[in-house]
Design a protein around this ligand. Structure first.
Ligand code: HEC
Length: 123
């Protein structure tokens, strides 16, 4: 009985995040998502950058955050504003990517969350 429950728990845990068992890489996993979904607004000249000061074109500028401060708290995806926004947890009206119907695909949100949870490293 006990071992069955353990087995089921392992299966569930494994199926929830299949691709994220290992380390998430900023360069090969995170940067492509930011490039495809965020950069057109969040680099100098874009409307997200103009409104918030958040430039995601480099690791350093991403970690610097908005004109008000950091949007990523390494090791703590729950409190990271960037994660709150892509999950629509901050305010439904300012879900990111801005005005994208359906929002960021769940798998990509999971990648960003895992990367932050693993320390938001420049790896
Ligand atoms: C179509 C343009 C657009 C896209 C694409 C976009 N943003 Fe934004 N973003 C904005 C605008 C405009 C603001 C300012 C919103 C405000 O302050 O009301 C903003 C603000 C932000 C902020 C700062 C919010 C704050 O607390 O001040 C974060 C973090 C953010 N965006 C993350 C993202 C992420 C992550 C992506 C990609 C997944 C993304 N954005 C894609 C337009 C965009």
């Amino acid at each position: 009985m006990k071992s069955n429950a353990l087995f089921l728990g392992t299966l569930l845990a494994a199926s929830a995040v299949p691709a994220l068992a290992g380390d998430v890489s900023y360069k090969s996993d995170v940067q492509p998502i930011l490039h495809d979904y965020c950069l057109n607004c969040h680099e100098p000249g874009g409307k997200g950058f103009e409104a918030s000061g958040l430039d995601m074109s480099t690791y350093a500028s991403l970690m610097k955050g908005t004109k008000y401060g950091a949007v990523i708290k390494p090791g703590d995806s729950f409190s990271s504003v960037l994660i709150q926004l892509v999950e629509g947890r901050a305010h439904p009206a300012i879900k990111m990517p801005f005005e994208l119907k359906g929002g960021l695909p769940a798998r990509k949100i999971d990648t960003l969350k895992s990367w932050v949870a693993q320390g938001a490293k420049d790896n």
